[in-house]
Design a protein around this ligand. Structure first.
Ligand code: COS
Length: 390
């Protein structure tokens, strides 16, 4: 039997995340967007109430929440402000490679840092010349005795300017393509340089930085999984984090939808509220369907993970659909507002700008389609266990 209802605990968690988004995030979201303000206080408060680091297991001091529960939180963050939400959720992306491939000591130390204080970590995969094509990365890690020496540069790094540690992917065998990449934990104090904060179209309250490693030495035991298994580790991480991105996209769409519905009931044209016009009703109807469908795909992709099953296809379906839906719903919300939708005094143009990144980060809309096509044309069973890093 398929049961889409939430447990009492899940209702309470969603309500708590919603209250947090309504009281702490929403009131400052548009102002922070304008100035690109870093949400330091909100991060501290979210950490205090236990809405950060949801996937850190209990044995390392975290709440050990399910992927599904994480999605409930991320939808509310997206509803509040996805820029601030991304800042709050990015520890999950940085922590996933550690969870999957880290030694017991590394997990204790680096998860410990995140649960003891409101600290941040950052995931460093993308490079100026290696975005969708992960194997094209140029950052290198060379083993020297009991150390690795890292050289290179990473871009578009969420929370990069504020992170205390980084999960970094680098070539350990330059001639081996995707089979020559390894992943490491790199503490900030090892000499990580933050070069540049990006001035972005949307999600302006989140920090996106360029990070450079010049002969950065780290202990050899900071390797995650095995040497040259980093590409697979990255793919397994993205399978686990794309549901959360999809949930945030649903949250953005829901916010735009609610604004559009309210506005359509107030705005009078041709003698009646515009909600009375079928042209507007059909847009509202399509928004509502897209949000429901996006949420169901998102929930399915998270539930598979919680069941220990491989969710590559479901995860790309969810991320692809929810991101495209967020873009469409926010664009249509601007349309419902008419000319006012284009003006910054009204709330929906921010949501349209914020939605754009959902089709770009953690795999573009085209990469999701590539994964969906491959998984469809060369199907692997969805009840296969989630892959191990080997
Ligand atoms: N889980 C486990 N293993 C996976 C996997 C997954 N989801 N996807 C691929 N692999 C494995 C494959 O099985 C293959 O293993 P072998 O080395 O044993 O053959 C290996 O990884 C290479 O897979 P593939 O041939 O599909 O790799 P490609 O170079 O063609 O890349 C895409 C595949 C394009 C899908 C991948 O590079 C990708 O996701 N790119 C987008 C990256 C991204 O999201 N960037 C955003 C940065 S994070 S903000």
């Amino acid at each position: 039997m398929v049961d889409f209802s939430l447990t009492d605990e899940q209702h309470a968690l969603r309500e708590m995340a919603h209250d947090f988004a309504a009281k702490e995030i929403r009131p400052v979201a548009w102002e922070f967007d304008k100035e690109g303000t870093w949400p330091a206080e909100i991060i501290k408060k979210a950490w205090e109430v236990g809405l950060m680091n949801s996937h850190i297991p209990e044995e390392y001091g975290g709440p050990g929440a399910s992927y599904f529960d994480g999605c409930l939180i991320e939808e509310e963050f997206g509803w509040g402000c996805s820029g601030i939400g991304t800042s709050l959720a990015a520890n999950g992306l940085a922590g996933a490679p550690l969870l999957l491939g880290g030694s017991e000591e590394l997990k204790r130390k680096y998860f410990g840092m995140l649960v003891e204080e409101p600290k941040l970590a950052a995931f460093c995969l993308t490079e100026p010349d290696a975005g969708s094509d992960v194997s094209g990365m140029r950052t290198t890690a060379v083993r020297k005795g009991d150390k690795y020496v890292i050289n290179g540069s990473k871009c578009f790094i969420t929370n990069g300017g504020y992170a205390d540690w980084f999960t970094v992917y680098a070539k350990t065998d330059k001639d081996a393509g995707h089979r020559g990449i390894s992943a490491f934990i790199v503490p900030k104090e090892a000499g990580v340089i933050v070069d540049k904060k990006e001035d972005k179209m949307g999600q302006r309250a989140s920090n996106t930085a360029t990070i450079t490693f010049n002969d950065v030495e780290i202990p050899a035991d900071h390797l995650l999984a095995e040497e040259n298994k980093g590409f697979k580790l990255a793919m397994m991480v993205l399978d686990r984090t794309r549901p959360g991105v999809a949930a945030m996209a649903v949250g953005i769409a829901r916010a735009a939808f609610e604004f559009a519905v309210d506005y359509s009931k107030q705005r009078v044209q041709f003698g009646v509220p515009i909600a009375m016009h079928q042209a507007i009703q059909f847009m509202i109807a399509d928004m509502a369907t897209d949000i429901e469908a996006g949420r169901l795909l998102t929930w399915q992709s998270a539930v598979l993970l919680d069941q220990g099953k491989r969710n590559t296809l479901a995860s790309s379906h969810a991320k692809r659909f929810a991101a495209d839906a967020a873009m469409k719903v926010t664009t249509d919300a601007v349309q419902v507002y008419g000319g006012y939708g284009f003006i910054k005094d009204y709330p929906v143009e921010k949501l349209m700008r914020d939605a754009k990144i959902m089709q770009l980060y953690e795999g573009t809309a085209q990469i999701q389609r590539l994964v969906i096509a491959r998984e469809t044309l060369l199907p692997r069973r969805v009840d296969e266990p989630a892959a191990a890093v080997a």
